[in-house]
Design a protein around this ligand. Structure first.
Ligand SMILES: Nc1ncnc2c1ncn2[C@@H]1O[C@H](COP(=O)(O)OP(=O)(O)OP(=O)(O)O)[C@@H](O)[C@H]1O
Length: 772
């Protein structure tokens, strides 16, 4: 698909845009829109007060939710919820100048005269009624003419007539779907640019060959204006310039699995995030209570996108990086490629299964005690058999009672007494609360934290034994060494998180000892924290604010801090950069999505996970038999055409079937190729100097590991505009300008090879220098 016909590029040649666009005319148009925006803000202030009253009265209006039937922000509760959201967002400066304003769009619709027939606004059932209401109030009509304003939320006046329609309502759909070929009754689509409550510009697209005399058309089109802007540290929403083909994916059915594919910069991420906001709007009851989870590759990615949903008025979505997917574990550390491959493959489940079912290190290998006056002795072989039997039917952490009962049976059997039921009953009765048995159970069958099992595997011999037939000795050694690294550094790796989750599912949640809580302490009980080896206390948001997570000083304590409960489940799971999930990570996300619908976003040509077939199988298993719908994006909105052509040439040579999009924007500035030379830092400094002059926003130095340490001091220079990053960490991100250091080395060092280089070469919006 090329640029959507709804974009500014397709302005009909006969449109009087340029002749009309003299400053006075623009100023007049701005004044017209300002008057409406003022009205909306005045109404919001009133609504905010009403909402505060509602809140004070303890009426949780969100409970009313927005169901399909009330899809147009119908009713007072919904409007007041929106007003509350708006005020909350404004308090946190979410709707600052980075974003298009609260009211960002206007449609001038002709319902009758245009083609002498009924309006072609294709409203849905809910949209029809909203459209009709909108005509009554937002319409300043000449005959069949209607003016409809579109905004981040629906706003109504005292009579509950709409002043602004929520962008997600069906009645707003022509704003995104109308094209000169299918105008849907729209004469003119206008995008309002605002700073806070002040309108500072308007950009029009005409949908008919000739503008009616009373319709002024100004501006050069909103899309190009948005794309040429400088990139900030955070992703912006695109609510004012969503293109028709993107809108289709955003508003697609909430059911089943929605796959969004496309090359770099095609808006997959931003579309998926708007889809999350749309789902919350269209089926609020289901998705707000069931929850939406957004999973991205890294902490840098979640930080980059974190403001998009709040800017759309949605705060209830959970964002998680793959290194944060399991509660209580937070990490960004990556394993070396070969270790990551072994840990990401489902083959590692053999090792995990054997370890989870195996003996707890240091557990007693023999039971001896006097019970009910009889000497009982159970040797290791019998203990092992009992353990295997119990674990065939139970999760270890939930099977203490079953294990103790099975041990009792075995103990009785070991005495060789037959037919004496009474004696057996007496024996088992004593067994149940015998102190020696209790002490033995505590050592033989302790509660096992899944993370402890991984730490057992720092023992190379144990890994070899448990993974015989799956991994050779060398890989077993590498795995053991990686867990030893965790023990030394006090940090897990990102791939470990999926292993911890797998083990947690096998072992079951750790049960509290009856008399004390594990891992948590009341702050007020700890007068002198340092005596407990504690350096930091972090409040845990959530159920009990008085509790604190205690961050231990020693590496082992840090690895085991906090507790891992049952994973939260969600009603919808959105996975970005899906091409990079390992099979084990698909299983991990799948555990949070057992009853969920999915939106899955990716581009195989950017993959860094090498065994695509195995990942595809795990992904299919996670999706189950749910129906699929697919959307393909093929317009690159990020990179200037010169930059993208360069990147596409590189990837095509080795990945002939790469999904290459079409870049829409030319800058006239080719990619600069310069020698790396012997002084890498000097070469990078020189390029940076030029780029910082040329662009207003962020500049990234993307470097292979080899030069990372020497280049690190450049990070944060020029008032924080410069970032120094490794190629993998740039996934999903973008910058105004980029210096790519030593592309050959990037290809060599990454398991994804040229695909990872392709990622690095497609991060720059406006300028790029390649040092080779
Ligand atoms: N309709 C639009 N209007 C304005 N900007 C847009 C539009 N669609 C996409 N963009 C911009 O294009 C850039 C790329 O979008 P995004 O990061 O979502 O692409 P992507 O397909 O996920 O890229 P990648 O696969 O390379 O990570 C972003 O700056 C985004 O805001």
């Amino acid at each position: 698909m090329s640029v959507s016909p709804s974009s500014a590029q397709t302005r009909p040649a006969s449109a009087p845009a340029h002749e009309a666009a003299v400053p006075d005319v623009v100023a007049h148009q701005i004044a017209i829109e300002q008057a409406h925006v003022d009205l909306v803000f005045a109404e919001l202030e009133k609504a905010g007060l009403r909402a505060d009253v509602v809140k004070a009265e303890g009426l949780a209006r969100t409970q009313f939710g927005r169901s399909v039937e009330t899809g147009d922000a119908e009713g007072t509760g919904l409007f007041e919820r929106d007003a509350l959201m708006f005020h909350a967002a404004r308090r946190r400066s979410m709707l600052d100048t980075q974003y298009e304003g609260l009211v960002f769009g206007r449609l001038d619709i002709d319902h009758g005269t245009l083609r002498g027939g009924a309006p072609d606004t294709q409203p849905t059932a809910a949209g029809t009624s909203n459209g009709e209401r909108a005509q009554r109030h937002t319409a300043s009509r000449t005959e069949d003419r209607e003016v409809r304003y579109i905004g981040r939320l629906g706003v109504r006046d005292d009579d509950y007539e709409p002043l602004v329609i929520d962008w997600r309502a069906p009645a707003a759909s022509p704003f995104y779907r109308a094209t000169p070929v299918q105008p849907m009754g729209v004469l003119r689509r206008r995008v309002l640019r605002s700073k806070g409550a002040r309108v500072i510009g308007v950009e029009d697209d005409l949908m008919v060959p000739e503008a009616p005399d009373d319709l002024v058309v100004v501006g050069d089109g909103a899309l190009m204006a948005a794309l040429t802007r400088s990139r900030g540290e955070r992703m912006r929403d695109i609510v004012a310039t969503i293109q028709a083909h993107q809108d289709e994916a955003i508003r697609a059915s909430a059911r089943g699995v929605t796959e969004i594919t496309g090359g770099p910069g095609t808006g997959k991420t931003v579309v998926a995030l708007h889809r999350a906001a749309y789902l919350l709007y269209s089926e609020r009851r289901r998705f707000e209570s069931g929850g939406i989870l957004v999973v991205g590759p890294s902490g840098a990615y979640t930080a980059y996108i974190e403001r998009v949903l709040p800017s759309l008025g949605e705060e209830s979505v959970t964002l998680r990086a793959l290194g944060d997917a399991v509660d209580a574990v937070h990490t960004e550390r990556l394993d070396p490629p070969e270790v990551a491959r072994a840990k990401g493959s489902t083959r590692i489940r053999t090792l995990l299964g054997n370890a989870a079912r195996g003996r707890v290190p240091d557990a007693p290998t023999e039971f001896r005690a006097f019970v009910a006056g009889r000497a009982v002795r159970l040797e290791a072989r019998i203990l092992d058999r009992i353990r295997s039997q119990v674990l065939r039917q139970h999760q270890r952490n939930l099977a203490t009672a079953a294990a103790q009962a099975a041990l009792g049976e075995a103990a009785w059997a070991s005495l060789g007494i037959t037919g004496d039921r009474e004696a057996k009953a007496e024996f088992l009765d004593k067994w149940e609360d015998h102190l020696d048995v209790e002490a033995f159970m505590a050592a033989w069958w302790p509660q096992v934290d899944p993370r402890e099992v991984l730490l057992w595997l720092a023992d190379a011999e144990l890994v070899r034994r448990h993974s015989r037939g799956t991994f050779d000795d060398r890989v077993a050694g590498l795995l053991a060494a990686s867990f030893a690294t965790a023990l030394e550094t006090g940090t897990w790796s990102v791939s470990d998180v999926a292993l911890i989750d797998d083990l947690a599912a096998r072992l079951g949640p750790v049960q509290d000892a009856p008399t004390e809580e594990r891992g948590f302490y009341e702050i007020e009980e700890l007068d002198d924290l340092s005596q407990y080896g504690v350096t930091e206390v972090q409040p845990i948001s959530g159920a009990r604010e008085t509790r604190a997570e205690v961050i231990a000083e020693d590496p082992r304590g840090r690895l085991l801090a906090g507790r891992i409960g049952k994973p939260d489940e969600y009603a919808h799971v959105l996975v970005d950069e899906a091409q990079d999930l390992s099979p084990m990570q698909w299983r991990m996300i799948g555990r949070r999505a057992r009853h969920a619908s999915w939106t899955v976003v990716g581009d195989a040509a950017q993959a860094s996970w090498t065994d695509l077939e195995e990942a595809a199988a795990a992904r299919e298993e996670a999706f189950g038999t749910q129906q699929r719908q697919r959307f393909h994006m093929d317009t690159n909105y990020r990179n200037a055409r010169e930059i993208f052509d360069y990147a596409a040439d590189v990837v095509r040579r080795q990945v002939p079937d790469a999904d290459i999009p079409n870049a829409v924007r030319e800058t006239g500035h080719d990619v600069v190729e310069a020698p790396l030379g012997s002084d890498v830092v000097a070469a990078v400094r020189g390029s940076l100097h030029e780029l910082l002059e040329q662009v207003a926003g962020s500049v990234a130095v993307i470097t292979p590991q080899r030069y990372a340490a020497e280049l690190a001091p450049l990070a944060g220079s020029d008032g924080g505009r410069v970032q120094v990053v490794d190629p993998m960490s740039t996934k999903g991100l973008e910058y105004d300008a980029v210096v790519v250091v030593d592309p050959a080395e990037i290809t060599r060092e990454s398991p994804g090879g040229v695909r990872v280089l392709y990622v690095a070469l497609t991060r720059a919006a406006h300028r790029m220098t390649v040092l080779a």
